[in-house]
Design a protein around this ligand. Sequence first.
Ligand SMILES: [Zn+2]
Ligand SMILES: [Zn+2]
Length: 371
Amino acid sequence: MTYPRTSPAAVLPAFGGPTEIRELPVPPLEDDALLVEVEAATLCGTDVHIADGDLAGPGFAQVPLVPGHEIVGRVVARGRDRRTDSLGRPLREGDRIAWAYAWCDRCYWCTVAKQPTLCANRMMYGWGPSDTAPYLTGGFSRYCYVRPRCRTVLVPESLPAPLAASATCALRTAIHAFEALGPLHSSDTVVIQGVGPVGLYAQACAVAAGAGQVLAFGAPAGRLDVASRWGATRAVDLSATSAEERLETVRAHTDGRGADVVVECAGVADAFTEAVDLVRRGGRIVVVGAADPRPSLVPATTFNLRQVSVVGTVSADISHYHRAFAFLERHRDRFDFPAVLGDPFPLDRVDAALDSVRTGGMKPVVLPSAA
Ligand SMILES: [Zn+2]
Ligand SMILES: [Zn+2]
């Protein structure tokens, strides 16, 4: 096909306001870049925080911007040096891919710490700005520009595009968190705080990894039903129980010890405080969902006298994307993964999709090529 000159995109001109459809320029293709046509882009709470201006500032969200960071697309054009994906598999026009954020490979975090998700010069998708090249850096657009430093993976054709898009944020984040956490044992009791898409995917990871018991804490009832279908030993309604009652539930399942592992996917500061109460002496907490700037007050003796370990992870590198797709393929008969998805929306209804996240809907899907 001929290289397109412009692309319709949902642009957020100002924080807190509506998006509008604009025709953005398609930048000239750099030698190691790609242009993709977006098949599906899903939303999460981060998109709402970005749109509302909660994450504004240099190095963070800048308007105008094209929202959307959970993206699966098909290759429209390849730069001449972009011959394979990051696993060495040939990359052709028409192939379906996902890609990680662009990292610089020349900062302390990229090269020495080997923690590229903390890259000092990272360039993210869905964070803007869209008024400077390469313009098309959000998923809610017909075309998206894959920067030269973005690592890519082929996405299995067997996966529905919206489901694959959800793996590029919620599931790859959970996979990264479990990698940082380390092994799970068949005797472990794992508490998952939160039953949103990240929490549900984290639960699936724990169940699939063979944890002995998995207790899911969250709300509302519909999401708890999914947790039960996905193998939760108990699905506990956060809105109908007190913290004391949840602690009693965990103790009742663990001979009074507390949970071996607590996975925080809830987002609020109180969740971490509760995680410290729920975990056993010598247990592990992994912080995945925290999005609350308020401090969580916990005694420092938690970490020496009770020997509790805490790890946290943000985003994911390309290995986690690949493992996320493999996880979906391998376990699709065991978990009805599409249960994490919400309604589909065309490009001109991105605001309604954002509103559905604000009102507690499951992960909505934007289909930029839909009429
Ligand atoms: Zn996301
Ligand atoms: Zn870097």
